[in-house]
Write a protein that binds this ligand. Structure first.
Ligand code: FES
Length: 78
């Protein structure tokens, strides 16, 4: 969570590697899903969970830290 003026932003970050066979899912569509172009798996952009297979595992999360107003990707969540 990051404060920007009167706004509160919730940031999430994932490895853009499909857990089915490793293709690169697209950026979120209007339904806020990341869709893999190879076999159609879809992941919820808000938490990386699988919306549609064939993938069975959620996207791997990346830990973010905010230091002095700068966002850093500091490692994997698993
Ligand atoms: S590699 Fe993504 S659905 Fe198969």
């Amino acid at each position: 969570m990051v404060r920007r003026g009167n706004e509160t932003l919730f940031l999430v970050s994932y490895q853009l590697v499909c857990t089915h066979q490793g293709c690169k899912p697209t950026l979120p569509n209007p339904e806020r899903n990341l869709v893999c172009p190879c076999h159609g798996s879809a992941y919820k952009a808000t938490d990386g969970s699988v919306v549609r297979g064939p993938a069975r595992q959620m996207l791997e999360g990346i830990r973010l830290e905010v230091r002095d107003g700068v966002i850093f990707a500091v490692g994997n969540l698993s």
